[in-house]
Design a protein around this ligand. Structure first.
Ligand SMILES: C[S@@+](CC[C@H](N)C(=O)[O-])C[C@H]1O[C@@H](n2cnc3c(N)ncnc32)[C@H](O)[C@@H]1O
Length: 318
């Protein structure tokens, strides 16, 4: 059965207005600003119907959905058993969930496949690999507060909540992407009221306002409420690198008291660089006070040359 995320243009406009009121500090780069304008129009005109299904040509308004991982593609010729088998064989410690315990929702009509009646998509397997990586260093079974910045369409949060329903998850993102995640996750967790939607969370001024054991959806312009807070895990995937360095540094200053960080970032060699690798703010002075516990080539279920690295960081005084 196809289940759709609901359109709510009033909410989209509310998010855009709230962000505009909050000044420049967390402003997006020109690229994401440009995306925001064309994507807001796309959301008004076309809406969220089948948003995970359709492939959109590069440069078209709908292509923005691809840029933050919202489309679940399945290219012809994909060896489903191989990619599923890799996830099924990924190491996870006792207490963490395995892929056979974690199916993805069909909200938004994604392209996927079934294994023994459970539904999966390729994109979901990638989010699982990130979770499996982090579970080697972080015990998800406590009453943890997990903050994700740049949460995209919300699938990582879906997986974390399905794996560890007692966790408190707090999402921050730019308005148009946040809108998609809000509408998607609200539908996925409709039955157990698992999401505190933006309409409620926009009033939060402190981390103490966040509702425990739920996914809380907040605008990136509310991020300063985390200053000085002892959060269990800060999560950022393919996102800090997309920001102006000063913006990324500001986020890292605000999160300087968190206990652990998972940062998935692009590291690639460039011909004019003296040393291989490009880490932007990660690994520079901005990470003072943290020890990098591990850095490993990130697993992508069907792209071996993916130039991303998983990294796990722990506050040095712990
Ligand atoms: C490439 S997407 C990655 C999305 C998701 N983390 C994933 O791995 O699929 C980059 C994300 O960073 C967010 N982002 C870009 N600039 C940002 C900024 N200045 N503040 C907060 N989020 C930002 C985008 O909105 C988007 O959700």
């Amino acid at each position: 059965m196809t289940i759709q995320a609901d359109d709510d243009i009033e909410l989209l406009d509310l998010m855009l207005t709230d962000q505009a009121r909050c000044g420049e500090r967390y402003g997006a780069t020109a690229r994401w600003d440009g995306y925001s304008r064309i994507f807001a129009d796309f959301l008004r005109d076309v809406g969220l119907r089948d948003f995970r299904k359709h492939s959109h040509p590069k440069g078209s308004p709908g292509y923005v959905l691809h840029s933050f991982g919202a489309v679940d593609g399945l290219s012809a010729g994909t060896d489903i058993w191989k990619v599923y088998g890799t996830a099924a064989n990924a190491f996870v410690p006792a207490g963490a969930r395995t892929i056979d315990q974690l199916a993805v929702s069909r909200v938004g009509n994604p392209n996927g496949f079934e294994v023994q009646g459970r539904f999966y998509t390729l994109s979901w397997l990638n989010f699982f690999h990130r979770y499996a990586y982090v579970s080697k260093y972080f015990d998800f079974n406590g009453d943890n507060v997990i903050v994700e910045l740049g949460s995209g369409s919300g699938k990582q949060a879906e997986l974390l909540r399905k794996a560890h329903p007692h966790s408190t998850i707090v999402l921050f993102d730019l308005p148009t992407q946040l809108y998609v995640a809000n509408q998607y996750l609200t539908k996925v967790f409709e039955d157990d009221h698992g999401v505190v939607p933006y309409q409620v969370a926009r009033e939060f001024t402190s981390l103490d306002d966040v509702v425990r054991g739920k996914i809380n959806v907040l605008g990136n312009w509310q991020f300063d409420m985390l200053q000085g807070r002892d959060i269990d895990l800060f999560w950022n995937a393919a996102s800090l690198q997309e920001m102006a360095p000063d913006t990324a540094k500001h986020y890292l200053r605000v999160t300087s008291s968190v206990r652990h960080m998972f940062l998935m970032h692009m590291l690639r060699s460039e011909p004019d660089m003296g040393v291989p690798g490009r880490r932007k703010v990660i690994g520079s002075k901005a990470m003072a006070g943290f020890d990098e516990i591990d850095r490993t080539h990130a697993r992508h279920c069907n792209n071996r040359d993916w130039p991303y690295y998983d990294s796990f960081w722990k506050r040095s005084d712990l």
